[in-house]
Write a protein that binds this ligand. Sequence first.
Ligand code: ASP
Length: 327
Amino acid sequence: MTSSLKLVVGALAVVGAFSVPHAQAQNFPSKPIALVVPFAAGGPTDVVARMISAPMGKALGTTVVVENTVGAGGTIASTRVAKAPTDGHTILIHHMGMATAPALYRKLSFDPLGSYEYIGQALDVPMTMLARKDFPSANLSDLINHVKANKDKITLANAGLGAVSHLCGMLFMSTIGVDLTTVPYKGTGPAMTDLLGGQVDLLCDQTTQTVPLIRDGRVKVYGVTSARRLSALPNVPTLDEQGLKGFEVKVWHGVYAPKGTPREITEKLTLALREALTDPVVVQKMGELSSDIPSPDKISPEGLRTHLEAEIAKWGPVIRKAGVYAD
Ligand code: ASP
């Protein structure tokens, strides 16, 4: 090949290399977007995803389809999206399980700080400590006494190791000094089905699923994991005010795209997420479910990345001290 022809071919290759992401970004979105949820349908993470999927789709001019990819405390979904095409059409919504995974799983096939582009933080959701409706204890101190006296007979449900229900349950057991039989599910949607049916005794779960059930008296509630009482559940005391000092778990959420997704695409996704979280219907509904919408600066790549780094640093020592490993 003559040198001038090589020069032309070389130049075209360079243009080609830069133009693919640019062309992708120009036409993005060119098809429906998969919003991957790491837990079973019906659970609190699924509720959040289905709340924002329609307004995000509207903002982007496409449909956002929620896809539940379950298992291993959310790490199967996190791996799927880490390995997905970088065209912006496969994104992940996950909660603080993204921050606990590095301490819980010794063999992770993704790196929370290396496998993703960050879209932004989503919602902060408190949790509630629940029992099946006919559980014998009237309040938290009765519950603690009853659990200690019957620890071999009582079951505590969660959504798998790395799930926040697992984390909350682990903190509860270590705080009251008791080890219960834990029953893992693919999400707290199916766990709640068994709690309502009386097949399992206790569950700590996000208000995005539990508020309506508490209101309807279909479960017993012993406390909320927020620092202050919730406007949606004014008569439910916090665990802290009932003596479990400092017991606070607030479940934050983030939205992620695979590493290498072009910036022009992630910027469109961040804007769409921000629009969805300021949609009046979403704001009202999440308020009813005691969920806080982050400030606009947190609904950004930097806002999510800095929070994720801080949470990994915070929960790592707690989990390693508890000596809990998922694998
Ligand atoms: N509540 C679950 C968890 O414990 C998440 C879910 O099922 O949505 O992480």
